[in-house]
Write a protein that binds this ligand. Structure first.
Ligand code: GUN
Length: 289
């Protein structure tokens, strides 16, 4: 069994990003910038935002965090997004999810300029990604694809079971795998017999937030298991959705939690941010030509 070491790969990618940022500064005179919007005081969201802005700093990316109270109106968030859309120092805008109930998440995501949508959650980028066109790709599934590639795992022709169908993880994960010519089954809370599907899979990607959802009897011998879940146990320990101890004995490859997909998500956000900066520079150059 081989561990899919997301920590190691993310460090490599972050180093590459850092040197690309230095290149962009030296050769083009631009510093990529990321704006993060955090609404409310959810500790998990605050922790993610903190990790994202720390990673930006380490890579030399300019970052600002707009913290807003839970009670802020939707119009006020839209106002701030409109300002950031116009701000030439900001290449990427990310609104940390989930948003409070009184806010229409779709309306907020659609208010981000598609060329600054480094989370890839805008319908424009989702649509383009689905068509297999150039787009911003959501960081978590993008990170999973990079992790598989690093270990020479080609999904083409494989039976892949994606467990979870959220807009930010499961759906884009299934789309990317389908675009990579895998035979994809997407399972979710309405799926009747989950085991029937996981047992048939060469690759299982699971991200629903349920401790020990995937047990050893649900996994084929030699399968590849990618754990996208993040759960904090009462004792403070971080675990995924897979019963790692027992499932790992049956796998050919498995990603751990922590140290698997989590660090890859942050790394791919940085990759998307410098991509946005490069595209901006290209657009400006064309205008000046
Ligand atoms: N909440 C959980 N994951 C994510 C993510 O990747 N991006 C944003 N914006 N919010 C999230």
């Amino acid at each position: 069994m081989t561990i899919l070491d997301g920590k190691a790969l993310s460090n490599k990618i972050k180093e590459e990003v850092k040197s690309e940022v230095q290149d962009l500064q030296m050769k083009k005179g631009i510093t990529p910038g990321l704006a993060v919007v955090l609404v409310g005081a959810d500790p998990a969201s605050a922790a993610y935002v903190n990790m994202k802005s720390k990673a930006c700093k380490q890579a030399g990316i300019y970052s600002i965090v707009h913290e807003m109270p839970e009670t802020i109106s939707q119009d006020k968030i839209l106002e701030i997004l409109a300002m950031m859309n116009k701000n030439p120092n900001i290449d990427g805008i990310l609104v940390q999810l989930p948003l409070p109930k009184h806010v229409d998440t779709t309306a907020i995501l659609e208010a981000i300029a598609p060329e600054k949508d480094v989370d890839g959650f805008h319908a424009y980028n989702t649509g383009r990604m689905t068509l297999g066109l150039e787009s911003f790709v959501p960081a978590t599934p993008y990170g999973v694809m990079q992790l598989l590639k690093e270990y020479d795992i080609n999904p083409e022709g494989k039976n892949v079971c994606v467990v979870g169908a959220s807009n930010i993880v499961g759906k884009p994960m299934s789309t990317l795998l389908l675009n990579a010519n895998a035979t994809v089954t997407t399972c979710h809370i309405y799926t009747k017999n989950l085991k029937e599907h996981t047992k048939n899979a060469d690759i299982i990607c699971v991200g629903v937030g349920k401790v020990n959802l995937i047990t050893e009897d649900m996994v084929k011998e030699g399968a590849i298991v990618v754990d996208i879940g993040i759960n904090r146990l009462e004792n403070g320990k971080l675990v995924g959705d897979v019963d790692f101890e027992n499932v790992s004995k049956k796998c050919s490859y498995i990603s751990p939690v922590p140290g698997g997909v989590g660090p890859m998500t942050i790394a791919m956000l940085l990759v998307n941010t410098i991509k946005a900066a490069k595209l901006r520079e290209e657009r400006e150059r064309k205008l000046n030509d």
